[in-house]
Ligand binder design. Structure first.
Ligand SMILES: O=c1[nH]c(=O)c2nc[nH]c2[nH]1
Length: 440
């Protein structure tokens, strides 16, 4: 496949590149093979060959090729309550709304119906790679994996481990630490097997829900499993004042130190929220090369403060973007990019200096930042990277300035799923909203 048209792609925290007209050539394995600009001598011949082979895909004027987004934090079973039930603080919200919903995934039909809706919704929003929390149910998590494989979405999936009887209800917890670890290992092996047999881009993830939900034995066992299988780890860290106080009361340590004590802060760890980290926590994140999933919408509800993205970036700690369905109500990474910029402006107005971030900075988190956190070669339109794309239409192309920076900001602030016409994962089309005509 050869795409002909304009590209926006992040190159660094402060810079997104614009190429007005290029050929983006994808090889058989779904990687970007070449990017040819109009002034290169073989532009015309490559285009002609692609046309003859019927593999030329012209991107209409007013539409743009962007990297697919990476969502670093989704609670898959919470999809049916996205936008509901955000009236309580985190600890009460979990008990009152969230655990009663998650337990329903024991029913695999319920799981299939809701996971199918979620995976399609995320793809339609331009999200090509997702780091999912499943539920405690091994079989339902495998249903999620099948749906992702079928839909063509790259998925990192964790069986949620939670067995602490003082913080989780009897109706929704692993019955013991032994059970929690055995089911986690079973899920890892089943998923690795599926991945081997089908070639689908599926990776198991070690997933302690968060420190309060797990016993010491489970935290320690999960640290060992992560090492044994060399796997990514996901959890929540210092998400709220309540969570931070809990760690101090139980361990006389900060939340970050507890995770580290159990070998859960590694270069393959991705910790959601992190709004309460202090400078010594950040130093530990840096030493361990642990990444943060920034969930700006959810943080408004549960985070008790705004993540200081600029400050953390300056400390050389990697961050990606997460919707946090359903602590965050929107499945759109665009909507979260917008919120991250808005929240950073408010942080500045609340006496932090130089905390504002730009759309360019947030776009970096949603693409390159996420890819780095997961150690995968995607998130940018560059040679050798996976061909994960979205083709997006600028609604105001006819009416306003088409300077690249203006178009870029319009795309970031105005794109909804109606403007995302096609989505590709590893060169394979996964969404096609039908014949689209570029400008409206
Ligand atoms: O936003 C959140 N959603 C959850 O499901 C959760 N569990 C622990 N901490 C959490 N935070």
């Amino acid at each position: 496949m050869v795409f002909e048209g304009a590209i926006f792609s992040s190159v660094s925290f402060d810079k997104a590149d614009f190429s007005p007209k290029v050929l983006t050539c994808i090889d058989q394995s779904g990687l970007i093979d070449r990017i040819i600009s109009v002034d290169e001598p073989d532009y015309k011949s490559v285009k002609q060959t692609a046309e003859n082979l019927n593999i030329l895909h012209p991107i209409p004027k007013g539409s743009y090729l962007l990297p697919g987004f990476i969502d670093l934090h989704v609670h898959a079973p919470q999809w049916p309550q996205a936008g509901l039930a955000l009236d309580k603080p985190l600890d009460e919200w979990l008990q009152k709304y969230t655990f009663p919903l998650e337990v329903k995934y024991k029913d695999l039909n319920f799981a299939k119906e809701n996971y199918t809706g979620l995976v399609n919704e995320l793809l339609e929003n331009g999200t090509t790679t997702v780091l999912y929390f499943g539920s405690i149910h091994t079989d339902a998590n495998l249903v999620l994996a099948d749906i992702c494989a079928e839909a063509g979405q790259r998925a990192f999936i964790g069986k949620v481990a939670m067995d602490n009887p003082t913080q989780t209800p009897e109706y929704y917890r692993d019955s013991s630490s032994k059970e929690s670890l055995e089911q986690t290992e079973l899920f890892i092996n089943r998923l690795l097997d599926k991945q081997k047999k089908t070639g689908a881009e599926l990776t198991p993830v070690i997933t302690p829900r968060f420190v309060p939900s797990c016993t010491d034995e489970t935290l320690a066992g999960l640290g060992n499993l992560a090492k044994k299988y060399d796997l990514p780890i996901q959890s929540h860290c210092s998400e709220s004042i309540w969570e931070d106080h809990y760690a101090i009361e139980r361990f006389n340590l900060r939340d970050t130190q507890v995770l580290d004590k159990f070998h859960l802060l590694t270069s393959k760890s991705i910790m959601a929220h992190a709004t309460q980290l202090n400078d010594s926590d950040l130093e530990l994140f840096k030493q361990r090369n642990t990444a943060i999933a920034h969930c700006p919408i959810s943080n408004v509800y549960f985070g008790n403060s705004v993540l200081p993205v600029k400050h953390i970036h300056e400390k050389n700690i990697n961050m990606g973007m997460g919707t946090d369905i359903s602590g965050g109500f929107s499945p759109s990474i665009y909507r979260n990019i917008q919120q991250s910029v808005m929240s950073s402006q408010m942080l500045q107005d609340n006496s932090h200096s130089d905390s504002r971030i730009s759309a360019t900075n947030a776009f970096y988190l949603a693409t390159i930042g996420g890819a780095k956190a997961l150690h995968i070669k995607t998130g940018q339109i560059s040679v050798g990277y996976k061909a994960d794309f979205q083709i997006v239409t600028d609604q105001y192309f006819n009416s306003m300035s088409n300077e690249p920076q203006d178009v870029f900001e319009r795309l970031i602030y105005h794109t909804t799923k109606s403007e995302i016409n096609e989505v590709y994962v590893s060169g394979k089309q996964v969404i096609n909203r039908g014949e689209h005509h570029g400008r409206k």
